[in-house]
Design a protein around this ligand. Structure first.
Ligand code: BGC
Length: 756
């Protein structure tokens, strides 16, 4: 259907709907549904979390699980893992799987992907997000959304914008410069809107510049709709709306929340009353309904039939589209997709003396230690929880990778207290949940009973005794979803459950021990990282995560993941701490009069987020952005820069290609491997206000031993431009620039200068 025809249908159907019915369509009618109009054949919209799998089913007006097996699904790697692959086609495959599963489960919109900038290592939801770098996010979010949307469902990119902490997440106001917004916080969303054509976007809980993001007119209308020409759906985060008039006027379409009094939502009865009283114009409501109808047509849930009535007038009604994709879920093909992505997301941080791989023919006995080796993570973390059909743990993955000729034993090593679980019909009310989230954090004020203390000692003694007996010991620890979790930030980057001490003691008895860290956000490994010979990092890697780990450790798969964020030494070393307002300051008197927030957090570091900060201020890090080793070696040569031929470059057009940059990369080792070649750009003599260098291109290639390939990228005008606040637009830099070909942000192999 062409655009003109679609818009005619939208208008025809809109004209049939009464004001009361329109109001009924623009707010939740269940926790994960917004109503249609039965009389006109308009179906409801069915929403579901989340970023790595379709969430379980709940009762309509209670967060009580339905509790059958019908919602056991495929579970892919989380967004941090997807970003660690640096592989656009795996991002597409992950999206495609998510879309098919969502459709198979009868959903219209999957509340994903989450792409907030990983600004602060302590943010509880970091595992749901991709990276600290806007270019890497933009490159991966586009295929991911395209993959989802090919299946006749909608993605819902979230949380727009500046959602960077969980502490006071409903009531933290963010102040941020225009330049940081344009260069760091907006590009991922802009790519999702303009390139991937996302059909939906979710506003954030936090405030941006004094107004709650989900009802922020500047963000949702001026930037999103007018500047980026977005005509998709805008959904609030669940419970993010605070005012009827602001919401109605903001550019928001659907208000969602998790309270069962649906008629009391701001965009329900209160809005109807205000429209009837003439305080809010009905045309604002019409615009929202227009967006909803267009959305339903775009996901092929409805078509609109227009008929001429006897009197020559037209009448319209919605009809289902029988050819709509019916999706599929929980099938072997999806498990394979999850495995493909998991394999490439495993990051080899350190590998002295070629500790890894531990080849099966050489390993008679392996000891695996650590709670995370034997823990399933999928069904936790908050709204990103997934009731996975199965989840291969690291212990299972490692054991099955070695087969029957190797004995794999296990010792838990450290104690993880079980979280208090609510019985299914003992669901905590929303208000109480919010109150609880503000109470003293039990994770940091934990006391242990005498029995627990005994158990802790016993587990440690057992692990130490066994570690001395085994040649091959693999420790699998890190965080779990008690720490990588929605609604709570961590206090520090330290490992929980006494792991630092245990790892050091284990290294005393077995200095060859391999260490695997599970984490969706940076953890501080400095207590033992110098002593460890091999360190592997992975985030929550989905249903086949353990299989992928086993394959990497045993050498069946050569690791090729690279860090999508810097691992700083500790929170004190981060830009957030250095420029410091985290977790937020009290509002000034003037702010209290005008802003409905509890605290303000100014992003004082501006564009110096992640490696942009560490490089500029010479701050040492544990492991740099883009780092990740392979079992083979790659050499780089012949960096060449050529002008893009063809039509003359328009320097105001940021997407216009400027240079073709090429480099030859050779596998000089003896195993097949994959390398992500990274291209950074910066000024030859970086000025005070600009980062030293920024990622502006990458390609991942596979090379056989001895094979060489040429990798080329086109660097556009934008790679040499910055947002100039005095002009209110992007402006190209002048003078001598440097182009870097690198294996990580700190492992620059070749550079060349060009004049602009
Ligand atoms: C989260 C969203 C999620 C929504 C629905 C909110 O609390 O912030 O990311 O999609 O709940 O579960």
């Amino acid at each position: 259907m062409n655009k003109k025809e679609r818009e005619r249908k939208v208008e025809a159907l809109l004209s049939e709907i009464t004001l009361e019915e329109k109001i009924g369509m623009i707010h939740g009618s269940e926790f994960f549904k917004s109503a249609g109009v039965e009389r006109l054949g308009i179906p409801p919209i069915v929403y579901s979390d989340g970023p790595n799998g379709v969430r379980k089913d709940f009762e309509p007006a209670r967060m009580k699980e339905k509790g059958t097996t019908a919602d056991e699904v495929g579970c892919g790697p989380c967004n941090t893992s997807i970003a660690s692959t640096w592989n656009r086609s795996l991002a597409w495959g992950s999206g495609r799987m998510l879309g098919e599963e969502a459709r198979g489960r009868g959903k219209d919109m999957i509340l994903a992907p989450g792409i907030n900038i990983k600004r602060n290592p302590l943010c509880g939801r970091n595992f749901e997000y991709m990276s600290e770098d806007p270019y890497l996010i933009s490159e991966l979010v586009v295929p991911l959304i395209e993959g989802i949307q090919e299946t006749d469902v909608s993605a819902c990119v979230k949380h727009f914008a500046c959602n960077a902490q969980e502490y006071e997440r409903f009531m933290v106001n963010v102040e941020v410069s225009d330049r940081a917004l344009r260069e760091i916080y907006f590009p991922g969303f802009e790519a999702a809107v303009k390139k991937a054509k996302t059909r939906a976007l979710m506003g954030a809980y936090n405030l941006v510049r004094g107004s709650h993001a989900s009802q922020n007119k500047w963000l949702l209308t001026d930037v999103l709709r007018k500047e980026w020409k977005y005509n998709g759906l805008v959904v609030s985060d669940w419970g993010a709306i605070h005012d009827t008039k602001a919401a109605a006027e903001s550019g928001l379409d659907v208000e969602m929340a998790v309270i069962p009094e649906f008629d009391d939502y701001y965009m329900a009865k209160p809005l109807l009353k205000a429209v009837k009283a003439g305080e809010i114009d009905e045309s604002l409501v019409d615009e929202k309904v227009r967006n909803i109808i267009r959305f339903l047509i775009n996901i092929r849930k409805i078509d609109v039939e227009i008929k001429k009535t006897a009197g020559g007038k037209e009448s319209a009604r919605a009809v289902p589209v029988p050819e709509r994709n019916r999706g599929t879920y929980s099938n072997p093909a999806h498990a394979m997709r999850a495995l493909d992505t998991a394999r490439e997301s495993v990051i080899l941080l350190k590998n002295e003396d070629k500790r890894l791989p531990i080849l099966p023919e050489k390993a008679k006995k392996i000891l695996v230690i650590g709670d995370n080796a034997d823990r399933k993570h999928s069904d936790a973390g908050g709204s990103a929880e997934v009731k996975a059909l199965f989840e291969v743990t690291p212990l299972l993955g490692i054991t099955k990778s070695y087969g029957g000729n190797t004995v794999v034993d296990y010792a838990r090593g450290y104690y993880v207290p079980e979280e208090k679980k609510y019985a299914p019909d003992e669901q905590m009310p929303w208000e109480e949940y919010i109150k609880m989230s503000k109470a003293k954090d039990p994770r940091y004020s934990r006391t242990y009973s005498a029995d627990e203390k005994k158990l802790i000692k016993k587990l440690k003694a057992e692990a130490l005794a066994l570690a001395a007996e085994y040649d091959e010991v693999i420790f699998v620890g890190g965080l779990n979803h008690e720490y990588d979790v929605e609604d709570k930030d961590r206090r520090d980057m330290k490992l929980p459950f006494g792991q630092d001490e245990l790892i050091n003691d284990l290294l005393d008895v077995n200095p060859n021990m391999v260490i695997v860290m599970f984490a969706g956000s940076p953890v501080d490994m400095t207590a033992w990282s110098d002593r460890a010979k091999a360190i592997v990092l992975m985030a929550y890697n989905g249903m086949e995560g353990g299989s992928a780990l086993g394959e990497v450790i045993s050498g069946k798969v050569n690791p090729s993941g690279k860090l999508p964020e810097t691992l700083p030494m500790g929170f004190e070393n981060t830009p957030v701490a250095h420029f410091g307002e985290y977790p937020g300051r009290k509002l000034t008197k003037e702010e209290s009069g005008r802003i409905n927030a509890n605290i303000t957090q100014t992003f004082n570091e501006g564009v110096f987020v992640g490696y942009r900060y560490y490089e500029k201020f010479n701050v040492p890090v544990q492991f740099p952005f883009g780092h990740g080793l392979s079992y083979t070696k790659f050499t780089y040569r012949g960096l060449s820069i050529k002008d893009v031929k063809g039509k003359p470059v328009d320097k105001r057009k940021m997407s216009d290609g400027l240079f073709v940059v090429s480099v030859k990369v050779k596998n000089t080792g003896d195993t097949c491997g994959k390398e992500t070649v990274q291209f950074y750009t910066g000024e030859a003599n970086p000025s005070k206000d600009n980062p030293v260098k920024e990622l502006n291109g990458f390609e991942k290639i596979e090379l056989k031993p001895g094979e060489e390939k040429t990798v080329s990228v086109v660097l556009p005008v934008k790679a040499f431009s910055h947002y100039d606040e005095s002009v209110g637009d992007w402006v190209m830099m002048k003078g001598e620039m440097k182009i870097y070909a690198a294996s990580s942000s700190a492992d620059v192999r070749l550079t060349k200068n060009v004049k602009i």
